[in-house]
Design a protein around this ligand. Sequence first.
Ligand SMILES: *Cc1c(COP(=O)(O)O)cnc(C)c1O
Length: 346
Amino acid sequence: MSIIERYREFLPLPDGEPIVTLGEGGTPLVPLPGLSERLGVDVRVKLEGSNPTGSFKDRGMCVAVSKAMQEGAAAVVCASTGNTSASAAAYAARAGLRAAVLVPEGRIARGKLAQALVHGARVVAIDGSFDEALDIVRVLVDRHKIALVNSLNPFRLEGQKTGAFEICDELGRAPDVLCIPVGNAGNVSAYSMGFTEYHQRERAPKVPRLYGFQAAGAAPLVSGHPVERPETVATAIRIGKPARGEQALSAMNDSGGGVAAVTDAEILDAYRLLARTEGIFCEPASAASVAGLIARVGSGDISPGELVVCVLTGTGLKDPDLASAGSEGLIRLPADYDAIEDAILS
Ligand SMILES: *Cc1c(COP(=O)(O)O)cnc(C)c1O
């Protein structure tokens, strides 16, 4: 069931107004038996890569693009590390709106760029960072009747909070801990809204501790100041000046959790562990949540037996170059039985 069918009463979408939906939400919550046993906690992962364009951004884009339609916008625009542009392009195509996206040149995973292009968005690659791209689109939407669909747009968060609802509904309770990667800090803010709202409406007995994880080379919320040249293999969270940083920091701290950094090596270890031992292929940015979980259990912040949900924000198929670079590679052989038998069994 899409978030619209299931949670419309929680969303700012009046009846009778146009809705732009691709069936987002309803993503699997999958236990990780191997990692749970190793860490002594009960770990589940929320597979947000199962959304229509392969990331959680679709939950927010559904509401943001529906609102843009209702408000009569002629086009939507965003700055993006990749997934926002893929999602905006798809929802705009569905709505019959024009889409324009600004991306940092050379820093965006190949699958995401392909999506924006195939959906017919106008894609502009700038010689600059995500943060510079966002500054530019903010001026553009001030001057023209174009809707900004970055997570500065409050309707994005309204849609994304439904991830928290689904987790509570499926577990029959709130988890003890939520682990989530943090870039612009929109999604962790949205989960905080969702858990809080469910708690207030007495659908969940408590709010989980929220632990957000940034990449060590792009960790402004950990260091307390913007990062001029953010650098990480996890391109989706390569952000030096999070648009919703302050809101997210209070949400994480008030919940009893907090923010921490994980290194690229830890991220890639978690990425490979998920793929090789749990059968789950996610983006490197998504694996930051599991890398962070492993570190927090190690430091004693998460206790034995606690129920932990890690949000795996996007599918690994987005970044085929990184995936193949870290694998063993092809074995090339002639079509000869003996040679093949030897290669397979050796
Ligand atoms: C956008 C994105 C994030 C970061 O979300 P924020 O709301 O910017 O904190 C993490 N992982 C993936 C795969 C993303 O696309």
